[in-house]
Design a protein. Structure first.
Length: 722
């Protein structure tokens, strides 16, 4: 199967764009900054940052950009405006948008026809029509009004709290997915068994009827896994010394017999999804300026004390919970959160939580980012890659409130609708007349599948659609809902359906066959910098955090596997957390920032420095990209960014935006077709083809001044790198 991924497309683009000098060092797509200078044979084209007017269906981007042109050595610099309609391809992992121009109009005000023709010819030769550009996704999003763009649909999610434990001394949270489910480590040898559904490595010695828990480099012993107590031990079953020599047990083998400890951690045990607040000693607090909030600083949990109502507030998986004490009973707070949370200053370390505060710009940003589709293009002639397997004969069960049945004994998302079978795998839909295949690419998914409720573990497939199909290709798109990131009625992006899905799975005897979309049990936290939800990282949740969700049965070999991957919603193979229970992908890193550090958008974009910040994060768009840079004056066509980059606000007939600032001042394309700039004193000049002239009231200047003032106020924040 051939997937035309963003990286493949970008490789083709760079091959098209690059000279021999640049091809050898081109590595990966990125936004090398603005303006960009292209040179050849004494001619120069300077392209300023695109100013977005609209992004229709996140596919067609209409933008303008100011340009300056020199037709030869010693030629006078002429300014103009390029207006372009482009198709877009989004790389969510690297936060880059590829622009593939479809139409381009070049305007040079107050120039003769012959001179304008010469200028256009120079532009066409240095940057041919249709040649792609790359632009930071954050630079595009800064112009987008969430209210005017399609968003992921709002769904009803459960906002009730899970079981929440608190400890001020070392502790771990041991979770089981219902009652402990045991299977032999070696098939047909039941003397030593392991727990399928635990978030920590738990073994059972059937002879002694004792449980053993691996806690890092030491072992704990209990006669009752759910009740404890768990005590240190150095006497391990003989079977642990002869574990199978495969990857499933590699980490366990390293710690046999393990270290002896005298003081075990506190063990909190739950048979359902739960959370653990772990502080290093008694909680310590830091005031949040301008609010009645106190941030708890000695914990990895997102935890506050509100001095007004004297309640603690905990944020997990996009949901807020409150209690009058850390050991007290927790209740939901997502729908009536104190207003102080929206007032957290942008320079505060806790500013990132505003992505989960209803009504804030940050919360709207998160929904907008989650709504941008990722495209998968399939060659219709390529053999389907999906391999659907079942434990025994295929068994299907009706999904409540729908006419759809789903396979309860398969790790694949397989559905039965009107006598036909459908499978969603890795963002691609397949269909077959038999539950066992053969499978073909599906070009018409039944509408009934899109009625699967959010409380069902397969709801995530409703975010994968067929965008288009031809005899040669099929195009599928998916939004963040496929990774379990849903938009709640509060307008906040949350992970998973909450306790409804968790309880349903825990009660199912098929629980170990399907990846569980738990919202809780791993400290889920949203981070614009990471591009979605990720695991907070606390060791208290164990190597298999999420209640033993990553347990796969292979019916071809008859074995179970326990990969040492953390449970999390990381949908991209280069970003987010290590394992995605919905899509099955694994991540190589937990950061999404590129070599240019792109993160943040909207009001956080600083037109004076070129930095962007959202929730306390920073983007550095200074300097040029090694992958696409050439030396000036070599005669080779190359791209480089200019120093002193920045931005200023502007307005067009379709929307507002910001424009790049060069060493002389702010340069941007006005809606009247002329080029403007503003100096450091706030004075405006226009260039109508005869050089820069001071102007007190050019067309759109009033709007420009107003927008510049608004953005200036929004950018008086301090930025920090988290």
């Amino acid at each position: 199967m051939r997937h035309w991924t963003f990286r493949t497309i970008m490789a083709v683009m760079f091959w098209m764009m690059a000279s021999p000098a640049t091809m050898s060092i081109a590595s990966e797509p990125a936004d090398p900054g603005w303006p960009r200078l292209l040179q050849a044979d004494g001619r120069e084209l300077l392209i300023y940052q695109p100013q977005v007017d609209s992004w229709t269906d996140y596919r067609a981007l209409h933008f303008r950009c100011a340009i300056s042109v020199k037709t030869g050595k010693g030629a006078k610099e002429r300014f103009g405006v390029a207006e372009i309609e482009a198709e877009t391809v989004v790389d969510q992992a690297n936060r880059v948008v590829a622009l593939l121009p479809k139409t381009r109009e070049l305007r040079f005000p107050n120039t003769s026809d012959s001179e304008a023709q010469s200028l256009r010819r120079t532009v066409d030769e240095l940057h041919p029509p249709g040649q792609p550009l790359t632009l930071s996704l954050d630079r595009v999003l800064v112009y987008i009004d969430p209210a005017k763009h399609q968003q992921q649909q709002v769904v009803q999610l459960n906002l009730d709290p899970p079981r929440i434990f608190f400890s001020s001394r070392p502790a771990i949270l041991l979770m089981f997915q219902g009652d402990p489910q045991l299977q032999p480590v070696v098939k047909d040898k039941p003397d030593l068994m392991f727990a399928l559904n635990a978030n920590w490595p738990v073994f059972y010695d059937a002879t002694k009827q004792q449980y053993y828990l691996l806690n890092g480099d030491n072992w704990l012993l209990a006669t009752d896994a759910l009740r404890g107590p768990w005590l240190p031990t150095g006497n391990l079953p003989r079977g642990l010394s002869s574990l199978p020599p495969d990857e499933n047990w590699s980490e366990v083998r390293k710690h046999v017999p393990g270290k002896r400890i005298s003081t075990p951690p506190a063990i909190y045990i739950s048979a359902e999804p739960a959370e653990l607040i772990l502080t290093k000693g008694d909680p310590t607090y830091s005031p949040v300026a301008g609010t009645g909030l106190m941030r708890v600083t000695n914990t990895e949990s997102t935890l506050f004390l509100h001095t007004g109502d004297r309640h603690h507030y905990l944020l997990v998986a996009g949901r807020w919970f409150r209690a009058n004490s850390l050991e007290g009973r927790w209740s939901g707070a997502s729908t009536d959160l104190p207003a102080d949370f929206a007032r957290i200053p942008d320079d505060n370390p806790a500013a990132y939580v505003k992505s989960s505060v209803p009504g804030t710009t940050e919360a709207k940003d998160a929904v907008l980012l989650a709504s941008i589709p990722t495209k998968t293009v399939i060659s219709a002639n390529a053999p389907p890659a999906v391999q659907v397997t079942y434990v025994g004969q295929p068994q299907f069960q009706v999904i409540e409130t729908t006419p759809v049945k789903y396979a309860v004994n398969s790790t694949n998302a397989v559905f039965l609708v009107n006598g036909s079978y459908y499978c969603c795998y890795a963002g691609v839909w397949y269909s077959s007349s038999s539950a066992n295949g053969p499978w073909a690419y599906c070009t018409n998914v039944p509408a009934a599948i899109y009625t699967i409720p959010p409380s069902h573990p397969t709801h995530n497939v409703t975010y994968v659609v067929v965008q288009s199909s031809t005899p040669t290709t099929v195009v599928y798109t998916q939004t963040a809902g496929y990774s379990g990131e849903y938009v709640a009625a509060t307008g906040v992006l949350m992970f998973g359906a909450g306790m409804v899905a968790g309880a349903m799975i825990a009660d199912s005897h098929h629980q170990h066959y399907y990846p569980v979309p738990y919202s809780y049990g791993w400290g889920a936290r949203y981070d614009y910098h990471h591009g979605g939800y990720y695991r907070a990282g606390s060791v208290a949740y164990g190597p298999y955090a999420g209640g033993g969700s990553h347990v796969a049965y292979n019916p071809r070999t008859g074995t179970y596997s326990r990969g040492a991957y953390a449970y999390g919603p990381g949908g991209s193979a280069a970003t987010r957390q290590a394992y995605n229970p919905y899509t099955g992908t694994r991540a190589a890193a937990t950061r999404v920032d590129t070599a240019y550090g792109s993160a943040g958008r909207a009001a956080a974009y600083n037109p004076q420095t070129g930095n962007a910040a959202r929730g306390g994060y920073r983007s550095n768009d200074r300097g040029s990209a090694a992958a696409v840079q050439t030396n000036r004056g070599t005669g080779a066509v190359g791209v480089q960014s200019s120093s002193g980059g920045g931005a200023a606000a502007w307005d067009t007939r379709k929307g507002q935006g910001a424009a790049v600032k060069d060493k002389e001042g702010n340069v941007y394309a006005g809606r009247d077709g002329n080029v403007y700039k503003r100096d450091n004193s706030g004075n405006w000049s226009s260039n109508t083809g005869s050089g820069w002239q001071s102007t007190s009231r050019p067309q759109a200047t009033r709007e420009l001044n107003a927008q510049a003032g608004t953005r200036s106020r929004g950018n008086q924040m301090h930025r920090r790198s988290r």
